[in-house]
Design a protein around this ligand. Structure first.
Ligand code: SAM
Length: 242
């Protein structure tokens, strides 16, 4: 869907992009199913990597629901296993929220560390345990990572060895954008690949992309105009080897 042949006019390319967008977004949203039972806890179901994944949500904070960006990243990981093979890879997710992306990466064979703010970790651990126990090659870890805080202590650079950093919808109107950038930089070594899904909302936070480009080589892999979402691949700038 990302190859544009030179004999297409701009209008034709735009029409093809819109058709692709609608088709892929419909495929992505079809992975979510709503429970038929009425229960006291609120949860949603998702279908990825041949598994039904049940996610418990809470309505009281940002990280406690599954955001569309997470679905986009899960779908990307599932449908690009050849190019982005997760088997035995060392993966960290920042701002993991309810844990769907970390669960999918674990089901795909990665060694995953799912991280978020301390208040999110109980629900995150619950969802991760419930959906990965006896189903994954490597048991995922859940760990606190508040952006920019105690990074040297909790994630010393010398022991960071991540093949992938995953991030879905971590840029929005919060006051920690510089700390977020610092965190990406801290966790990323020369060979680390960042897969980051960005939901475009307000101008101020959208500028984060330009700040990000100062430290990382950024490649747009996928664009979903109907969702205002882009999927980026990034690697550290000026690296000696890739
Ligand atoms: C919009 S939610 C996205 C959650 C999940 N990635 C998804 O797409 O469904 C943003 C996530 O970033 C986390 N977050 C916000 N500020 C943070 C901070 N300062 N340090 C660490 N995580 C933070 C929130 O707790 C939340 O889980």
């Amino acid at each position: 869907r990302f190859l544009y042949l030179s004999h297409f006019t701009n209008k034709e390319m735009e029409n093809r992009e819109n058709d692709d967008d609608k088709k892929v977004v419909a495929e992505i949203t079809a992975r979510c199913f709503i429970p038929t039972l009425i229960t006291t806890t609120s949860w949603e179901g998702f279908h990825f990597v041949g598994h039904d994944i049940l996610i418990t949500e809470a309505m009281d904070c940002y990280g406690a629901v599954v955001w569309p960006s997470a679905l986009v990243l899960c779908y990307f990981l599932e449908t690009n296993v050849k190019q982005y093979n997760m088997v035995d890879k060392n993966v960290i997710e920042i701002g993991a929220g309810t844990g769907l992306v970390s669960i999918v990466a674990s089901l795909l064979g990665a060694h995953v560390t799912a991280t978020d703010l301390p208040e999110l970790l109980g629900n995150l651990q619950y969802n991760i345990s419930r959906n990965t126990k006896m189903k994954c090659k490597h048991l995922p870890q859940v760990k606190e990572l508040s952006w920019g805080i105690a990074l040297d202590k909790n994630f010393p650079r010398s022991s960071n060895n991540f093949d992938y950093i995953l991030a879905a919808d971590v840029v929005y109107a919060h006051p920690f954008l510089e700390e977020l950038l610092l965190t990406f930089d801290h966790l990323c070594k020369e060979t680390t690949i960042i897969l980051w899904v960005m939901k475009f909302r307000l101008e101020r936070e959208n500028k984060f992309v330009d700040r990000f480009k100062e430290l990382f080589d950024l490649e747009e892999i996928s664009n979903f105009p109907s969702l205002n979402i882009k999927l980026y691949k990034a690697m550290k700038k000026n690296r000696r080897s890739a």
